[in-house]
Design a protein around this ligand. Structure first.
Ligand code: ADP
Length: 585
């Protein structure tokens, strides 16, 4: 930069000097010529006044006058011509001779018209440049000629003068230019270095104060950098905030541009769709799941419409995802945003609900159809008393089953809907020996009916179960009645309970018909029965074990099953023990 400033200075100076010198040369040439002409005019007038009238005296006159008026380096030639331009006398011996024709010369022509005439040209006789001046005086024309020697010398000196002036000027300009260049280029270089450093990430860097007008530039630069930094900080904060929100979302979020390049892909989205290779940048290169969502993104970009589609994935886990896709319109290039929602659980619940509704309808319909059927039979024709009694009994059993079913369903719904109350009761707990006695007394007749013996083994009679009394009673009733009903004549049921480390357990074992392996996983589902007809015949609702599982879960516990067909089953309920209460001081 410095070099440019210096070069600029020197160029400007040279051009200025040259122009000034040319102008000076032209003007001084003019002045010299005018002065010369004036001098020659005066000489001509003088000669005219002193010239003899006799023509034959004229040669002597011109010689004498020439000798008198000539300077050492400037001989003055004098000639007298008649009006036709014929030379009468000439002071120069090498010049025109008497009788020569000079009427065609410019100065003669001019003098003839207006008194004086001038011309500057090389002499044909001695090749010297002369200034010629002619004057019409009476019947003669007097012409004088002066060599323009000094004028020529002046022009020969001009280039030398130019070189000298230029050298001095250039030196001065160079010194001046260096100082100016330093003053301008140093701040500019500092500005450049600072801007580069800021661009490379050193956002704290600022320029030092400069002098004069560049000082204002430096201040403006620093102010601009401050504002830029502030804006950048704001943008970074907003980005962090947005990323935090997006990453914190339960749903996965992804965004792509027109070329399927990933603009955003949250961790949650990767957890749902599968891990990605970070070296790849296109959404459709991450695997089959991503190819599907990339297709949805493309459709959204092309149609400009938001849409929703459900995807069933088998990898990385079997999942059902609802993918909401919409075009991004704010930016110049089109893009699409995807919100990926895991609806696996929701769909499962939905399926369960539908299944449950179908089951409930079916379960309610069966006894009701039976009741209506028998009522129709009773109404339609005359029956003997014995048959009528049989029909009444069946209606009674079916109504009972209906009652059971509704009671169990209400029980389930109550457990599901009022957990807080039950947990509060669990803190107090209940005496298990008491609960067991009540249940045994209730079930003993049924056990007798099915020829099943009941055994209770409670090493600690004061043992407390961490559950509400009525819930514990319901749980034990359901497990024991199953153990009696799905048993064989001569079979037995063993009940035991205790505390082990941090939990309570209750075990109900039987040596009955057992449950085949393939049914064990589903046995706790609502209305699931292994032997449907046997369950119905025994007045089962298919909800007993479901209630057991829900009661256990209500207190944060679980149920475990071990069973072998024809050998029997063991149901164990585990309930966590409440933490010992710290007495308030
Ligand atoms: P249900 O009202 O039919 O007894 P549950 O939910 O109590 O309904 O039991 C579901 C099914 O599990 C029963 O239908 C039965 O097939 C089977 N089951 C339950 N307990 C036992 C057991 N102790 N031994 C054999 N099978 C059992």
């Amino acid at each position: 930069m410095k070099k440019e400033i210096i070069r600029g200075y020197l160029l400007t100076l040279s051009a200025g000097l040259l122009a000034a010198l040319l102008l000076a040369a032209f003007l001084s040439g003019q002045i010299y010529t005018n002065a010369l002409k004036d001098r020659m005019k005066a000489t001509l007038v003088l000669l005219a006044s002193a010239a003899p009238t006799e023509a034959d005296e004229l040669p002597d006159f011109v010689s004498a006058m020439s000798a008198q008026l000539s300077a050492a380096d400037e001989p003055l030639r004098i000639a007298v011509l008649d009006q036709d331009g014929t030379v009468i006398a000439d002071s120069s011996s090498s010049g025109a001779q008497s009788g020569d024709e000079r009427g065609d010369r410019n100065e003669i022509q001019e003098a003839k018209q207006g008194g004086f005439g001038f011309d500057s040209r090389r002499s044909q006789t001695n090749r010297t440049r002369y200034m010629y001046a002619a004057y019409l005086s009476g019947s003669y024309i007097i012409r004088i000629a002066l060599p323009q020697q000094s004028y020529r010398i002046y022009f020969q000196l001009l280039p030398l003068l130019f070189v000298a002036c230029f050298t001095v000027g250039a030196l001065a300009a160079w010194v001046l230019a260096r100082r100016t260049a330093k003053r301008i280029s140093e701040p500019v270089e500092e500005l450049t270095a600072t801007a580069t450093a800021i661009a490379e990430g050193d956002t704290k860097r600022r320029v030092p104060p400069f002098e004069q007008e560049l000082g204002e530039l430096g201040t403006a630069f620093n102010l601009m950098t401050d504002q830029l930094q502030q804006k950048q900080q704001e943008t970074e904060d907003k980005n962090a905030q947005l990323t935090g929100i997006l990453e914190g979302m339960q749903d996965g979020v992804a965004a792509v541009d027109d070329h399927s390049q990933v603009l955003l892909l949250t961790d949650r989205a990767q957890a749902l769709l599968g891990p990605v290779n970070p070296r790849l940048k296109r959404l459709d290169t991450y695997g089959a799941n991503y190819t599907k969502v990339a297709r949805l993104a493309r459709q959204a970009m092309e149609s400009g419409q938001a849409s929703q589609e459900t995807l069933h994935l088998s990898y990385p886990q079997p999942r059902i995802l609802d993918v909401y896709t919409g075009p991004i319109r704010q930016q110049e290039e089109p893009g699409a945003i995807l919100v990926i929602k895991d609806v696996t659980r929701l769909k499962q619940l939905e399926n369960l609900r539908q299944e449950f509704m179908a089951n409930v309808t079916h379960e309610l319909k069966t006894p009701l159809t039976s009741i209506r059927g028998y009522l129709e039979l009773l109404k339609s024709s005359q029956r003997d008393e014995e048959t009528r009694q049989q029909f009444y009994e069946i209606i009674d059993i079916e109504a009972d089953r209906l009652m059971h079913l509704i009671t169990d369903m209400l029980e389930l719904s109550e457990i599901e809907n009022r957990p807080a109350l039950d947990r509060q009761e669990a803190v107090e707990g209940c005496n298990l020996a008491e609960v067991s006695r009540e249940v045994m007394a209730q079930l003993q007749p049924i056990a007798d009916e099915h020829q099943v013996t009941l055994h209770l083994d409670l090493p600690d009679p004061s043992l407390r179960a961490p559950a509400a009394h009525r819930r514990m009673r319901q749980l034990l009733t359901n497990l024991m009645s199953n153990a009696i009903l799905y048993n064989k004549p001569g079979g037995a049921v063993w009940v035991t309970a205790g505390h082990a480390r941090d939990h309570f357990f209750l075990r109900v074992r039987d040596n009955g018909i057992g449950i085949p392996e393939e049914h064990q996983a589903r046995i706790f589902e609502r209305f699931y029965r292994v032997y449907k007809e046997r369950s119905r015949a025994l007045g089962g609702t298919g909800l007993g074990l479901s209630i057991v599982k829900h009661i256990a879960q209500l207190y944060g516990g679980s149920v475990q099953l071990e069973s072998r067909p024809d050998e029997g089953s063991v149901f164990t309920v585990y309930l966590p023990l409440p933490l010992p209460q710290t007495p308030v001081a």
